[in-house]
Ligand binder design. Structure first.
Ligand code: URA
Length: 152
């Protein structure tokens, strides 16, 4: 299950809960476009979430809930051995890197156990805030460069 590129989101929404697959709803369709723009196929990237169950009312996972699932996520990263991890949104940043402030952290390389990590905005945020797409595309281009891909 090795993949060069791994994305980490927050947790399943209603559509994901119903299908058991990550990012299949509206945000997932935008993520599909991001993946295609990065010149990858969805089947060749690995997509994970911080929490594996949908929090009631779709709220942000609480610290103890994320803590329950964090071992699972760490194991996924260990098995996938990605060359780059893209963190989608504040929740992934908070729980994988213990860092708050997606605005300040996006567009800046971080590191998780020796793996380069790029935080960026969550696609669900982009659905509400289309002007942030430019920043995300800049972040993704940095990731592409790291993986030897040239933006078209
Ligand atoms: N949002 C997430 O963070 N993860 C999903 O799987 C779907 C939507």
């Amino acid at each position: 299950c090795h993949a060069r590129l791994m994305f980490v989101g927050e947790g399943p929404g209603a559509d994901e809960d119903a299908t058991g697959r990550p990012f299949v709803g509206e945000a997932g369709q935008l993520l599909d476009k991001m993946i295609a723009a990065m010149q990858f196929r969805r089947e060749e990237v690995y997509i994970a979430n911080v929490v594996k169950c949908r929090p009631p009312g779709n709220r942000v996972p609480a610290d103890d809930e994320a803590a329950e699932c964090l071992g699972y996520l760490r194991k996924q990263i260990e098995l996938v051995r990605p060359e780059v991890i893209v963190l989608l949104g504040a929740t992934a940043l908070r729980f994988l890197l213990q860092k708050d402030g997606i605005r300040r952290s996006r567009g800046v390389w971080h590191e998780y156990r020796g793996i380069p990590v790029m935080p960026t905005y969550h696609p669900a945020y982009l659905l509400r805030q289309a002007t942030a797409k430019r920043e995300v595309w800049n972040d993704l281009k940095m990731v592409m460069a790291r993986l030897g891909k040239m933006p078209a």
